[in-house]
Design a protein around this ligand. Structure first.
Ligand SMILES: C[S@@+](CC[C@H](N)C(=O)[O-])C[C@H]1O[C@@H](n2cnc3c(N)ncnc32)[C@H](O)[C@@H]1O
Length: 250
């Protein structure tokens, strides 16, 4: 469904049908998904420019444009990027597209079991958690159910950050479109990845006591927009609200 919102070709008829149902209720979601992707690219560029040289991207999604390694490697080609996803289709596409790419690795693991990621031999071999690293949880935490303990899971990843490490996170939020929450949640309930919208304050809580870098927790399109288009969309769709932030451990 996300791929369909982004205008990709890697989606099946049931994905498209469900995505169209979502768009009937909340047409802003297409723009929000696209702007989330823009946020991801801007955040990675910001971090690479700030000297971060390792990236752990959990919930990487189907390869599309401006993938994390492409953005990071324009600034730091030597920076290892480890992608993690639990969807075999994502992994198959990713492996095919990334075959031969240097300093890019894909690991199959599940966010609901943080130790499977943190103790994974390939993760440990490629990434050094004693040096500044960015952990990306972009558009994935809303797939954690309440019974999974999302606060505890995200806290586990904050805990392993060294000083100078960063957490990048975005999360769908129903605050601006309260009437859309129940019907959209219902559509996703029938998908392989049910979604849970959370309030801005709960999303802020995922950053714990890390320090949010400027401009703080804001709509994806308002996070350091670097194009006229991003600024225009931010103003045109103020309720396509999808909070995002980048925070640093001191
Ligand atoms: C909406 S996509 C986000 C892609 C990318 N991070 C972005 O923001 O453009 C969410 C991805 O998270 C993955 N995912 C969902 N739940 C997961 C879990 N429990 N463990 C690992 N990956 C998961 C899905 O397979 C999907 O590829």
């Amino acid at each position: 469904m996300y791929d369909y919102f982004l205008g990709g070709k890697d989606n099946l008829a049931p994905d498209r049908t469900a995505a169209e149902m979502v768009l009937q209720i909340a047409p802003q979601i297409r723009i929000a998904a696209q702007q989330n992707r823009g946020f991801l690219g801007r955040a990675v560029r910001y971090l690479a420019e700030a000297g971060v040289r390792q990236f752990l991207d959990i919930g990487t999604g189907l390869p599309t444009q401006n993938n994390v390694h492409e953005v990071a490697h324009t600034i730091a080609p030597e920076a290892p990027v480890v992608y993690v996803d639990n969807d075999p289709v994502v992994l198959a596409h990713g492996r095919a597209i990334l075959a031969g790419s240097k300093n890019v690795h894909i690991v199959q693991a599940d966010l609901r079991r943080p130790e499977d990621i943190l103790d994974n031999p390939e993760v440990r071999e490629r990434l050094d958690f004693d040096r500044p690293i960015a952990i990306l949880l972009v558009a994935i935490v809303h797939f954690l159910q309440e019974s999974d303990g999302p606060e505890e899971i995200v806290a586990r990843f904050r805990d392993v950050l060294p000083p100078g490490g960063h957490l990048v996170l975005s999360h769908v939020c129903g605050d601006a479109l309260p009437d859309a929450v129940a019907p959209v949640t219902e559509i996703y309930r029938h998908s392989s990845t049910p979604i849970i919208t959370r309030s801005t304050e709960r999303i802020r809580g995922f950053f714990g006591d890390l320090e949010l870098v400027e401009p703080g927790l804001v709509n994806v399109s308002a996070w350091r927009p670097d194009t006229v288009e991003a600024k225009r969309i931010s103003e045109k769709y103020p309720d396509g609200y999808f909070p995002a932030g980048v925070a640093r451990k001191s």
